[in-house]
Design a protein around this ligand. Structure first.
Ligand SMILES: Cc1cc2nc3c(=O)[nH]c(=O)nc-3n(C[C@H](O)[C@H](O)[C@H](O)COP(=O)(O)OP(=O)(O)OC[C@H]3O[C@@H](n4cnc5c(N)ncnc54)[C@H](O)[C@@H]3O)c2cc1C
Ligand SMILES: *[C@@H]1O[C@H](CO)[C@@H](O)[C@H](O)[C@H]1NC(C)=O
Ligand SMILES: *[C@@H]1O[C@H](CO)[C@@H](O)[C@H](O)[C@H]1NC(C)=O
Ligand SMILES: *[C@@H]1O[C@H](CO)[C@@H](O)[C@H](O)[C@H]1NC(C)=O
Ligand SMILES: *[C@@H]1O[C@H](CO)[C@@H](O)[C@H](O)[C@H]1NC(C)=O
Ligand SMILES: *[C@@H]1O[C@H](CO)[C@@H](O)[C@H](O)[C@H]1NC(C)=O
Ligand SMILES: *[C@@H]1O[C@H](CO)[C@@H](O)[C@H](O)[C@H]1NC(C)=O
Ligand SMILES: *[C@@H]1O[C@H](CO)[C@@H](O)[C@H](O)[C@H]1NC(C)=O
Ligand SMILES: CC(=O)N[C@H]1CO[C@H](CO)[C@@H](O)[C@@H]1O
Length: 591
C-alpha cells in the first residue's frame, strides 16, 4: 500500500517539462485550515505515515490580529484574508458583496468570530436521512467532546452570565473553549436577559446541548487565562510541528493528478496533486495513499472541477475534460444573509457581551405559523424550480424538492430554530446582528477558468425564495422590538444603519424592510454544501466515508461536505466532523 514513487507518477513528471517532480507522501492534504490541520495532526500521529499539507497562507502565530480575541474583524482585508466577493446579488441591488476567508496556517479559524455553538439535534439527525448512514447527533456527539477542552467559568464569569452544562463539554481535546475573561459585567447582561425574557425567550443554561432556543451567553474557541484565540493551528499544529513525518508546503493546489489506468477502470485513482509554488512554478507531489481536499467550501469544489470532476456541461465550457460526471460539485451552496441594526447609547460598560437568541418559526410568526406551514409546503415545488433554474443545470428538481422538504419538516414538524439574533454592546453602540439559519435559497460556487483557481465565482443567491425574506424581516422586527421594550429600552439612543442611513421606522412595511435588507446585506460567512455528503443520486459529491464518488482515494473534509444548514456556527461541528473523518481514514488504511 505505501509504495514509493509509482512508475506512472514518475512518467507523468517526465512527460510534462513544466512540472517539477516533488516527493512522495502517504497523504496529501490540500489546505492547512480548520479541518485540514485536524487531519494532519491525527494522521501523522503514526510515525510511519508521511503527511504533506499544501497551504498558500502564512504562519500567523505571532500576528496580533489573530491572537488577540478582542481584535475580531481587524484582520479583514489584510494579507491573511482571501478578500473574495460574491457575484452581483439581485437581492442587494446587484451589489457584489465583500466576503472574507482565512488565508493562513489555521485557515478561517484564524480570522473568525470564535463563537462555539453546535446546533439543534434534529438538524444533524436529518443528515442520516439523506443517505449518510451512521451520521446523526448521537454519533457526532462524542466527537464534539473529543475535540474540545472546556474551561469552567469563574464565579465572576458565572455572575456575568457564563453558565454551562458540564456533561456536554469535552475536557481533554485540542480546541480550548471557554468564556472570555472580560465578560461585560454591571447590569447589561441583566437588562438583556430581562428584556428577552419579556419577549418570551428564557435564559438557557448552555447552547451546546443540542437545543438552542432561548437567550444565552456563548462560549468561544479561546484560552481564557492567556486571552488567546485557539484557532486550528494552535489547537492541532503547533504542538506537533516537529514531527518529521508532517510537512507543510507553501503552495496552492491546482488539481489532482490521476493514474493513467483511470480511463479504463470504473474508479478514478489519484496519484497525487499538482500545486503552484509562491513563485509560480508547477510542482507535482505523489500520494501513496490518499488525496484529501480541505480547502474550504469555496475552494475544494474548484479543485475538483479543475481535476475533471463535476458537471460535464460546465466543465466543457471551461475546456476541461470530464473524468467523473458529478453535477453536484459546487452546487447546493447554503449561506445565511446577515443584517445589522445599530443604536447609540450613553450606557458605559466594557468587556465583551457574546449574547445570542435563537427563535423558532412559532416565535417569529406566532398564530400565522400553521397557515404558513401549509402555504410554504405548497410552494416547495416552485422553490425547487427556482433553485434549478439558477443552477447551471447541475441539480435536479426532484432532488432539490426532497432536500427543501427535509428542511421544511425540520422547521414545521421538528420545531427547530430558524433565526439567530446577537445582542451586544461595544464602543458606545448597541448592536443587533441577525440571520435566518435555514435558507431555501441555494446557490453555487464554481471555477470560472482553468487559471482562476484563486477566484471562485461565489453566488449565494440570497433571497431567491421569498420565504427567506419573510424570516429575515421577522428577525429585523424582533430585534427592533427588543430595543423598544423595557428595561433595555432605557439605555437606547438613536438608531443607525451600518451603512450610515436610518433604520426602518417602527411601523415599517415589508417593502421598507426589504429595501433596508438590500442596502445593508452582508454575508454571514457560513458556506456549506458545495461537495455535499449525501447519496450520489440526490446530487451528493462524497459518500458517508467522505470519499468522492467515483474515486478510489480522494476525500473532502471541510465545510463543503455539510449537507444542510443548522442552528450553530460552523467550527464546532467541523472540528467534530474532522475528528471523525480522521478515524475513518485511519481505519480504512488498516483494512
Ligand atoms: C469572518 C468570519 C467569521 C466567522 N465566525 C465564525 C464563528 O464565530 N464561529 C464559527 O464557528 N464559525 C465562524 N465562521 C465560519 C468558520 O470559521 C468556517 O466555516 C470554517 O473555519 C471553515 O473551515 P474549513 O476547514 O472548511 O476551511 P478553512 O478553514 O477556510 O480552510 C481552508 C484552507 O485552505 C486553503 N486553501 C484554499 N485554497 C487552496 C488550494 N487551492 N490549495 C491549498 N490550500 C488552499 C486556505 O488558505 C485555508 O487555509 C466565520 C467565518 C468568517 C469568514
Ligand atoms: C493587523 O490589522 C491592521 C489593520 O487592518 C493592519 O494594519 C496590520 O498590518 C495587521 N497586523 C498584522 C501583523 O498583520
Ligand atoms: C440586476 O441585474 C439583473 C440582471 O442583469 C436585472 O434584470 C435587474 O433588473 C437588476 N436589478 C437591479 C436592482 O438593478
Ligand atoms: C480517456 O479516453 C478517451 C478516449 O477513450 C480519450 O479521448 C481521453 O483523452 C482519455 N483521457 C485521459 C485523461 O487519459
Ligand atoms: C466610561 O467609564 C470609564 C471607566 O469606568 C471612564 O474612563 C470613561 O470616561 C467612561 N466613558 C464615558 C463616556 O462616560
Ligand atoms: C468585572 O468585574 C470584575 C470584578 O469587579 C473586574 O475585575 C473586571 O475587570 C470587570 N470586567 C469588566 C469587563 O469590566
Ligand atoms: C415549538 O417551539 C415553541 C417555542 O418557540 C413552543 O412554544 C411550541 O410549543 C413548540 N411546538 C412544539 C410542537 O413542540
Ligand atoms: C408610519 O408613521 C409615520 C409617522 O407617524 C407616518 O408618517 C407614516 O405614514 C407611517 N407609515 C406607515 C406605513 O404606516
Ligand atoms: C516514512 C518516514 O519518513 N518515516 C520517518 C518518520 O519519522 C521517524 C522519526 O520519528 C523516522 O524514523 C522515520 O524514518
Amino acid at each position: 500500500m505505501r509504495a514509493t514513487t509509482s512508475p506512472a507518477g514518475a512518467l507523468l513528471a517526465i512527460l510534462s517539462a513544466r512540472v517539477a517532480y516533488g516527493e512522495t507522501y502517504d497523504y496529501i492534504i490540500a489546505g492547512a485550515g480548520t479541518c485540514g490541520l485536524v487531519l494532519a495532526n491525527r494522521l501523522s500521529a503514526d510515525p510511519k505515515i508521511r503527511v504533506a499539507v499544501i497551504e498558500p497562507g502564512e504562519d500567523v502565530r505571532n500576528n496580533i490580529n489573530v491572537t488577540d480575541p478582542s481584535l475580531f474583524t481587524v484582520a479583514y482585508d489584510t494579507p491573511i484574508d482571501w478578500q473574495y466577493s460574491t457575484t452581483p446579488q439581485p437581492a442587494a441591488g446587484n451589489r457584489t458583496i465583500p466576503w472574507h476567508a482565512g488565508k493562513a496556517i489555521g485557515g478561517t479559524s484564524t480570522i473568525n468570530g470564535m463563537t462555539y455553538i453546535r446546533g439543534d439535534k434534529p438538524q444533524f439527525d436529518a443528515w442520516e436521512s439523506l443517505g449518510n448512514e451512521g451520521w446523526n447527533w448521537n454519533t457526532l456527539f462524542p466527537y464534539y467532546k473529543k475535540a474540545e477542552k472546556f474551561t469552567i467559568p469563574s464565579a465572576a464569569q458565572a455572575a456575568a452570565g457564563a453558565t454551562y452544562e458540564p456533561a456536554v463539554h469535552g475536557e481533554a481535546g485540542h480546541v480550548h473553549t471557554g468564556f472570555p475573561f472580560f465578560l461585560t459585567n454591571g447590569s447589561f447582561h441583566q437588562l438583556a436577559t430581562d428584556t428577552w425574557s419579556a419577549l418570551g425567550f428564557p435564559l438557557i443554561q448552555d447552547d451546546n446541548v443540542g437545543s438552542v432556543r432561548g437567550f444565552s451567553v456563548w462560549p468561544q474557541t479561546l484560552d481564557r487565562d492567556q486571552n488567546l484565540r485557539y484557532d486550528s493551528a494552535r489547537s492541532y499544529y503547533y504542538g506537533v510541528e516537529d514531527r518529521p513525518n508532517l510537512t507543510i508546503i507553501k503552495g496552492t493546489v491546482k488539481k489532482i493528478i490521476w493514474a493513467h489506468s483511470t480511463n479504463t477502470s470504473q474508479v478514478a485513482v489519484a496519484e497525487g496533486v499538482e500545486y503552484v509554488t509562491p513563485d509560480g512554478k508547477l510542482v507535482e507531489l505523489t500520494a501513496a495513499d490518499e488525496v484529501i481536499l480541505s480547502a474550504g467550501a469555496l475552494r475544494s469544489p474548484l479543485i475538483l472541477e479543475s481535476s475533471g470532476v463535476g458537471n460535464p456541461s460546465l466543465l466543457k465550457k471551461l475546456g476541461i475534460e470530464t473524468l467523473i460526471d458529478l453535477p453536484g460539485v459546487g452546487e447546493y451552496l447554503q449561506e445565511q444573509p446577515n443584517t445589522i441594526l445599530l443604536y447609540s447609547t450613553a450606557y458605559n460598560t466594557s468587556g465583551s457581551a457574546p449574547y445570542a437568541t435563537f427563535s423558532t418559526a412559532q416565535d417569529l410568526f406566532g398564530s400565522k405559523t400553521s397557515a404558513m406551514k401549509a402555504s410554504t409546503s405548497a410552494q416547495i415545488p416552485d422553490w425547487a424550480k427556482k433553485v434549478v433554474a439558477a443552477s447551471n443545470g447541475g441539480v435536479k428538481e426532484a432532488n432539490v424538492e426532497k432536500l427543501l422538504r427535509t428542511q421544511h419538516d425540520l422547521i414545521f414538524n421538528k420545531n427547530v430554530t430558524i433565526g439567530e439574533s446577537l445582542t451586544t454592546i461595544s464602543g458606545g453602540a448597541l448592536i443587533s446582528a441577525m440571520w435566518l439559519l435555514l435558507p431555501f435559497s441555494w446557490g453555487s460556487v464554481h471555477l470560472t477558468s482553468v487559471d482562476a483557481i484563486n477566484t471562485p465565482a461565489i453566488d449565494p443567491r440570497y433571497f431567491l425564495v421569498d420565504f427567506d425574506l419573510d424570516v429575515q424581516i421577522g428577525l429585523g422586527r424582533q430585534a427592533q422590538r427588543l430595543w423598544h421594550t423595557e428595561p433595555i429600552s432605557n439605555i437606547v439612543g438613536d438608531g443607525l444603519s451600518p451603512v450610515g442611513g436610518a433604520l426602518p421606522p417602527l411601523n415599517a412595511t415589508d417593502e421598507q424592510w426589504t429595501q433596508y435588507i438590500s442596502d445593508t446585506l452582508m454575508p454571514n460567512h457560513h458556506p456549506i454544501g458545495t461537495a455535499s455528503m449525501m447519496s450520489r443520486d440526490l446530487g451528493g459529491v462524497v459518500d458517508p466515508k467522505l470519499k468522492v464518488y467515483g474515486t478510489k482515494n480522494v476525500r473532502v473534509v471541510d465545510g463543503s461536505v455539510l449537507p444542510l444548514q443548522f442552528s450553530g456556527h460552523l467550527t464546532a461541528t467541523l472540528y467534530a466532523v474532522a475528528e471523525r473523518a480522521a478515524e475513518i481514514i485511519i481505519k480504512a488504511a488498516c483494512a
